[in-house]
Design a protein around this ligand. Structure first.
Ligand SMILES: NC(=O)c1ccc[n+]([C@@H]2O[C@H](COP(=O)([O-])OP(=O)(O)OC[C@H]3O[C@@H](n4cnc5c(N)ncnc54)[C@H](OP(=O)(O)O)[C@@H]3O)[C@@H](O)[C@H]2O)c1
Length: 178
């Protein structure tokens, strides 16, 4: 039987001014946006940058943590990988869908291999110390799905529009063999 091509997707959220992170967490507090993220990545193998990994309260099994620190302390079900490519190879070997969940440095290195980028655009500017990488050519990728909703952002107590976009990269690169 013919095997389906391995699926690698990235997922993230960005504010209207490009902010992605603040103080090692998200700049906003929108529970519905977080729930969308958690629903999509459920059961997947994850590629995670070390900083993002350390900020997460819980990490599912088959999480691959990108770090140059050989002695990085790891939680059960997690494995350190020394590069984005090594992490993607290991994640694909699980035969689960693979999601790249950030942060910025990992999106910037992994996007060439991603078929899809699920990006929530939050239509409000936020203070941030980490920006979405401008090098990712999302503007050239067709949007194949888009849903909008308005939610309460709890820090500002303002209602904000969230646009849940799914971009498709026409020709992602194969992950190098080694
Ligand atoms: N808005 C969103 O959707 C979203 C999603 C995820 C994260 N975030 C936010 O983004 C921020 C973190 O992003 P970040 O870019 O600062 O950190 P990050 O990508 O999470 O992690 C950076 C670390 O990954 C390792 N790394 C990166 N590139 C590597 C490479 N080529 N080879 C080996 N190791 C590599 C290094 O770890 P070592 O230093 O251990 O070597 C580096 O310090 C946080 O604020 C987080 O909350 C936001």
């Amino acid at each position: 039987m013919e095997r389906a091509a391995p699926l690698i997707a990235a997922i993230g959220a960005v504010a209207s001014n490009g902010a992605l992170g603040l103080d090692d967490w998200l700049p906003w507090d929108i529970p519905e946006e977080l729930a969308y993220f958690e629903k999509l990545i459920a059961g997947a193998a994850l590629l995670i940058g070390r900083r993002t990994y350390e900020s997460m309260a819980a990490v599912p099994v088959d999480s691959f943590i990108v770090s140059r620190q050989a002695d990085l302390p790891l939680r059960p079900g997690c494995r350190r990988v020394a590069s984005v490519e090594a992490g993607l190879r290991a994640a694909l070997a699980t035969e689960k869908p693979v999601f790249v969940i950030g942060g910025a440095s990992i999106y910037a290195a992994a996007w060439p291999y991603c078929r899809y980028f699920y990006l929530t655009r939050i239509d409000m500017p936020f203070a941030g110390d980490t920006l979405f990488p401008e090098s990712i050519p999302l503007a050239a990728w067709p949007v194949v799905d888009e849903v909008s909703a308005r939610y309460l952002e709890r820090k500002s107590a303002c209602e904000v529009r969230c646009r849940f976009l799914k971009y498709e990269q026409p020709q992602p690169c194969p992950v190098p063999a080694c």
